[in-house]
Design a protein around this ligand. Structure first.
Ligand code: SAM
Length: 285
């Protein structure tokens, strides 16, 4: 039984970090002419109304994306961070103007080219149906109501020989913390050059410490950790931060994030005084 619905959380501070990192990754990946496969293991509904009752009930977008003046942040930022913030702004601005926010499938679809393909997995029947509806006219996209962990491993390596994989579970099943380690290890075995973005929430820091330790004891190489926190760790008091573990990220991304994240963090309201960001290499090449 799946109870998590991303409509309650779309556009929150965790989405901002995740979609900034996705934007930076795909912008770099698309500088090479060869086609690539984008694989979204937990795609969600793809598009969210910010005036819907779900978004209004939590107010998370109001404290996330709607809190940010991305154009002004880009103007105040150094070159690499500014380019990243501007690209994300150009992408989300048309959605925000219509009172909505794009999920990862539409972020990727906007950045990818005619020669690229997107494979989206979503298990929830209602979100799967919505995702099919909004992507049906895009011939680059295939949507599957299937377990994204299993499909990611089965679909790699792809005919395109290049792949970017977003692994974005909700962790409503505690088992997911172990499944992600198995999945990343299997992806790496099948396709060592795959670029993987694994999202995680900081609810219990011990879960993340165990996840990082497991990866450090795996065959994985060149793993970076990126995190944005609104407040210090607060076990038992909800999500205080979120992060991504990045396998084979573009070399340009750490610099861009180091420039952009301090400005993003400082803009995220009163909580910013207790917030933090980090961009560190977790496992050497
Ligand atoms: C965090 S949301 C995805 C958000 C989306 N990636 C974005 O950034 O816009 C996680 C989604 O995974 C779906 N889900 C849960 N378990 C799954 C599984 N094993 N395979 C595929 N989808 C799953 C949930 O229904 C939910 O819509």
């Amino acid at each position: 039984m799946l109870s998590y619905r991303h409509a309650f959380h779309a556009g929150n501070f965790a989405d901002v970090l995740k979609h900034l990192v996705l934007t930076g990754t795909l912008r770099y990946a698309t500088t090479k002419a060869a086609p690539l496969l984008y694989l979204d293991t937990h795609a969600g509904a793809g598009h969210y109304r910010l005036d819907a009752s779900e978004a209004q009930r939590t107010g998370e977008a109001a404290r996330g994306i709607l809190q940010l003046d991305l154009a002004a942040l880009a103007d105040a930022c150094n070159v690499a961070g500014a380019a990243l913030l501007r690209a994300y702004h150009e992408l989300v601005a048309p959605f925000l103007a219509r009172g909505s926010y794009p999920g990862s499938p539409l972020v990727a679809a906007a950045l990818l080219r005619p020669q690229d393909h997107l494979h989206l997995c979503e298990l929830h029947p209602a979100d799967y149906a919505r995702l099919c509806e909004i992507t049906q006219r895009d011939r680059r996209i295939r949507v599957e109501q299937a377990d994204g962990f299993q499909r990611a491993v089965a679909l790699l390596p792809p005919a395109q020989k290049r792949a970017v994989v977003l692994v974005d579970p909700s962790y409503e099943v505690k088992q997911d913390y172990r499944t992600v380690v198995r999945t990343l290890t299997a992806i790496h075995q099948r396709m060592p050059a795959a670029q993987v973005l694994l999202w995680y929430p900081v609810v219990e820091r011990s879960d993340i410490a165990r996840l990082c330790a497991a990866l450090q004891h795996s065959p994985l190489r060149d793993v970076w950790q990126v995190e944005l926190g609104l407040r210090p760790d607060a076990p038992g008091h909800g999500m205080s931060a979120s992060g991504l573990l990045l396998l084979n990220p573009p070399w340009t991304l750490p610099t861009a994030l180091r420039e952009a994240l301090p400005l993003v963090q400082a803009s995220l309201g009163p909580a910013a005084a207790y917030g933090y960001w980090r961009v560190e290499r977790l496992i050497e090449e």
